[in-house]
Write a protein that binds this ligand. Sequence first.
Ligand code: FAD
Length: 438
Amino acid sequence: MATQRFNSIRWSRRNVLKATGATGLAVGLGGGIRASRAGGATGKRVVVVGGGPGGATTAKYLRKFDPSVEVTLVEKDPVYHTCFGANWYLGGFREFERTRQGFDALQKEHGVKIVQDTVTRWDSDKGEARLAENGKLSFDRLVISPGIDFRWEDVSGMGPEDTEQVPHAWAGGKQYRILRRQLEAMDDGGTVAICPPTNPFRCPPGPYERASLVAHYLKENKPRSKVLVLDAKDGFSKQGLFEEGWAELYGDMIEWVPGSEGGVIHRVDPGNRVVATREGFEEHDVDVLNVIPPQRAGKIARDMGLTDETGWCPVDQRTFESSVQPGVHVIGDASIAGAMPKSAFAANNQGKMTAAAIVSELRGQKVPEPSLVNTCYSLVGPDYGISVAAVYHFEDGKIRGVEGAGGVSPSGAGDFFRMREARYSRGWFAGVTDDIWG
Ligand code: FAD
């Protein structure tokens, strides 16, 4: 039975690869671009804001598609820490250092100029971006991939000043360290509460992978403890597979409370680590509290008026050019990208697609037809992986899923299958970090 299921997912993966042109990463773009290198992009300047998966990929692939384009990447931090792989660190089986990514290869091997600074505003008519410290940069095109910001006003009782006591651990490296230290300090028999936000948010399966891997750590080190998931929603990504894995690996250690049954947070008391769910339900006095606030596009996108009433940035989904400001492209988590989720995999694809679109437009050539793919792997345990994959194309002005391509891991698969998916997950991490920052 397990073998049969394994074959069925392999077959569907093969279909994914076939549909996307075999690389599985922003495909069918490079060939057309390279074939016409003679074009007129020489001396054009592109400024990219944000050294995460979206921004770093765009910067690197702009240079790959046309080395005559001058590319400057502005990132406010000296290094980048991935969120992907950070739940593995919380689970106690991955070193924190593995989340760290530098910009040396982008600079030395790909000729991207790296500026450590914060972009505070720009004038797209003049083609000038202002930096907090280092004056201004001129551009012909601007790409921003600023990630997310939190809607603190929607979390009653706590704000960014409380994240030392109640970490979100949903951005930046330091927050993961705080949460990890709290897990280590907790006594056996304690309760860890994880509070996932409303949709849409960065990495839809992420909170449930976190619940799984925190449970893994507790099972190994503090087996009388409990993980309580107080959810704002009534359902979540890969739910059936997660619940199957939880029962298999952790018995009743993880309790998931859906929104309509008391999961929605009413108020947080960060000093005492108490979370009250919506009036009429309960107060939970816990030992470690991880509140993941609701989200919107990164601050600079909002400050510059690129967001709509949803809090995210509408774009032309073929080129990722802002629907509000011509000449400015918004990619990654901050953008409204049709059917694509907010993931590093997606941001990496979008970065390549955007680089191809910009180089084509700077040369006065036709923008290539996008074809995109996303796979979200999650670990339920170190050797227990599950995934969801989808292929996307551009149709009627939107990025839409290709019917019949992709799918989720089968339920009831055997240990070997889950172990293979866990291995693919680690392989994906190594491959994508090299593709982005290598
Ligand atoms: P970011 O990664 O947030 O990068 C934005 C960058 O812009 C930051 O470095 C920031 O410092 C910089 N910046 C912002 N504003 C400015 C400014 N004004 N000037 C200069 N710099 C600026 N995705 C997957 O595909 N697979 C996974 O397994 C996965 N696991 C995850 C697990 C967790 C726990 C979490 C939280 C996320 C996970 N993700 C995963 C999602 C992934 O991390 C995000 O989707 C991805 O980081 C988005 O990339 P981005 O470029 O849009 O934004």
